[in-house]
Design a protein around this ligand. Structure first.
Ligand SMILES: NC(=O)c1ccc[n+]([C@@H]2O[C@H](COP(=O)([O-])OP(=O)(O)OC[C@H]3O[C@@H](n4cnc5c(N)ncnc54)[C@H](O)[C@@H]3O)[C@@H](O)[C@H]2O)c1
Length: 287
């Protein structure tokens, strides 16, 4: 099976945590990896080269192929430079893992514009910038694999994470359309909501839970979505602690009104509208 062998894959935010595991695992499976990391703190402040360099050194010491990149995913120029690093060093680009991320948790009533914008900037705009720079190459060669790091905070919500949750849900919206637009070019776009013990979760989840969530357990799931054999697109999976589940939108049987109802008529049938008995996977009726 070709798997990811010989494929050139960018992993953003690969200087630590989950991204490092993805990069190590991909290189171990003979992919050529661009290890991108801005090298800053969890809140997005600061920058440096050592995080990416250390992971590249680790990969090379194990006999794998990797090159570092230190650009921020949060700008269009950064996205272009990250993909250019793949082209300059390996001559092509076949896959992108949009994994870079930061946190600025705050209750919504206290959230500042800056806290909102910086988190959307790294996660949602970052996913856009890096993917946008890779997209023309994917189309031209009739092959591309995209994995977005989403989160259960985006799928289900989480107290204090309105900025982060909105960004992560936005990435699911993005893959839904990329899956449609990319299909005829053999470009697949999927999302993984990981659960893992990293610096991001160190003070968020209880220690006993984190002990059961080693980040290396998520890497094979991301790796599979980057293979030639993978045929899924627009799929969202939750992965961590040895468990992997698909998450999907379902639509209720609902109610049909032959004529425009009054508010009272909607209220009278609200239970029927929201009852999920017999629900089916939702599809876009105008798509
Ligand atoms: N750990 C979890 O349980 C969990 C849960 C849900 C989602 N996630 C997502 O998985 C991804 C990885 O998270 P992690 O837990 O490994 O955290 P992490 O903080 O260890 O890793 C994030 C990496 O992204 C890098 N980064 C930050 N801003 C960047 C930028 N602008 N450009 C390039 N690199 C940048 C950081 O330097 C860091 O190495 C994130 O997108 C996160 O939101 C993680």
């Amino acid at each position: 099976m070709p798997g990811v062998e010989g494929r050139v894959i960018v992993v953003t935010g690969a200087g630590g945590g989950l991204g490092r595991e993805y990069a190590l695992s991909l290189a171990h499976n003979r992919a050529k990896v661009v290890v991108n990391d801005l090298g800053g703190a969890r809140d997005g402040s600061g920058s440096g080269t050592s995080m990416a360099d250390n992971v590249v050194a680790e990969i090379r010491a194990a006999g794998g192929e990797a090159v570092p990149n230190y650009d921020s995913v949060a700008t269009a120029d950064g996205g272009k430079a990250i993909i250019q690093t793949a082209l300059d060093h390996f001559g092509s680009i076949h896959g992108v893992v949009n994994n870079a991320g930061i946190l600025r948790d705050k209750g919504f009533h206290k959230m500042t514009d800056e806290e909102w914008n910086i988190v959307l900037g790294v996660h949602l705009h970052g996913g856009f910038h890096v993917t946008k720079a890779a997209w023309p190459h994917f189309r031209e060669q009739g092959y591309g694999r995209i994995v977005m790091a989403t989160s259960t905070s985006g799928i289900y919500g989480n107290f204090g994470q309105s900025n982060y949750g909105a960004a992560k849900a936005g990435l699911i919206g993005l893959i839904n359309t990329l899956a449609i637009e990319g299909r005829k070019y053999n470009i697949l776009a999927n999302a993984v909501a990981p659960m893992a013990a990293t610096r991001m979760t160190s003070d968020i989840a209880p220690a006993e839970l984190l002990a059961k969530l080693p980040p290396e357990q998520v890497a094979p799931v991301v790796g599979y979505l980057l293979t030639e054999e993978c045929e899924d697109s627009g799929t969202v999976v939750v992965a961590g602690g040895g468990q992997v589940h698909r998450v999907q939108y379902f639509q209720s049987q609902g109610a049909t009104f032959d004529e425009t109802p009054t508010i009272d008529e909607v209220a009278a049938r609200w239970k029927e509208i929201t009852d999920m008995t017999g629900s089916e996977p939702g599809v876009n009726p105008v798509g």
